[in-house]
Design a protein around this ligand. Structure first.
Ligand code: NAD
Length: 300
């Protein structure tokens, strides 16, 4: 790899399921991490979740006891995007899965970050080239940095090149992901859903269709895929972890780009309309007790 950008300051924009995990990872790896979320309550929730996650990693011996407070000290919350992204060497956008949201975050970030800063998006499937069109003078520095949920534990980061992304940017994005202990794959063609989301979306969608047709219960569909097809977690249970609102946005976008086979089901729309977003709202396809254990399921 050549011409790697030196990075010390990372800004994470959007502190939901993914942003909080990415911020935690970067702070644990020694970066100074500035975090911003449009919803101030989410910032405090993210911090509580990071503290709890670090505690768990320390108790399992994955993170050194002394390293956890140091990581927390490297994390700063900010009341504006401008303050969080100021002078950043790397901006990682992890906000809602909407093109216009991602474009405006990158445009605003580019105007305050370091002049050579990498502008990364954690989009699951949107066009990196379309996101980069919001920063015409800096499109060579825009890259997909696609983490997986939970970001702290999943081994892969998918690096996605837009049409104008430079080789130096791809190399720096890979080096950053590797500095967090991740392995990388590079999706060199900016294609909707990249190498991963395209497959993941189809599998989960088919499970939802089967659930809505009454082919099996959620538990049996998930168990069938775990025990019979060797999935590490059932796709419906994973859907509850990932957030059905985000999945709906992903499917709507992929229906536009890749066609009818990605059309969301009525049941998924109903789940989102009812606020049953999954674990983040306390209830999704499955119901949970106060410790987060599954207590049952309801057909959407
Ligand atoms: P989430 O709903 O948990 O969090 C999104 C956060 O972004 C929210 O806290 C929201 O307040 C904030 N936000 C919205 N607009 C904003 C703005 N303009 N500026 C700052 N903050 C803003 O969503 P998530 O699951 O963390 O997903 C975030 C991104 O990561 C999406 O692009 C999604 O496709 C992608 N992604 C999600 C998963 C997953 O499993 N959930 C996996 C990989 C990638």
């Amino acid at each position: 790899m050549t011409g790697l950008l030196p990075m010390t300051r990372v800004a994470v924009i959007g502190a939901g399921i993914m942003g909080s995990g990415i911020a935690q990872l970067a702070a644990t790896a020694g970066y100074d991490v500035a975090v911003y979320d449009a919803n101030p309550q989410q910032l405090s929730r993210a911090r509580r979740e990071i503290e709890a996650s670090l505690d768990k990693l320390v108790s399992k011996g994955i993170v050194d006891r002394g390293a956890a407070p140091q990581a927390l000290a490297r994390l700063t919350d900010h009341a504006s995007l401008e303050a969080a992204a100021a002078d950043a060497d790397l901006v990682v956008e992890a906000a809602a899965e909407r093109l216009s949201v991602k474009q405006s975050i990158l445009a605003e970030s580019a105007s305050v970050a370091a002049p050579s800063a990498l502008l990364a998006t954690n989009t699951s499937q949107l066009s990196i080239t379309a996101i980069a069109s919001a920063v015409p003078g800096a499109s060579d520095r825009v890259v997909g940095l696609h983490f997986f949920n939970p970001a702290v534990l999943m081994r892969l980061v998918e690096v996605v090149a837009g049409l104008e992304t430079s080789t130096a940017t791809i190399d720096s994005a890979r080096a950053f992901a590797e500095s967090l202990g991740k392995e990388t794959v590079v999706c060199r063609k900016d294609s909707p859903g990249f190498l991963t989301s395209r497959i993941a979306a189809i599998v989960r969608l088919e499970c939802l269709r089967m659930l809505e047709e009454g082919v099996g219960t959620a538990q049996d569909i998930d168990r069938a895929l775990r025990l019979g097809l060797n999935f590490p977690i059932g796709p419906l249970e994973l859907g509850d972890r990932n957030g059905h609102d985000t999945f709906l946005l992903i499917l709507e976008s992929m229906t536009e780009t890749l066609g009818e086979r990605f059309r969301p089901t009525v049941g998924l729309r109903n789940l989102v309309a009812a606020g049953r977003l999954g674990r983040k709202s306390g209830r999704g396809i499955y119901t949970y007790d106060e410790h987060g254990a599954i207590t049952g399921s309801e057909q959407p």
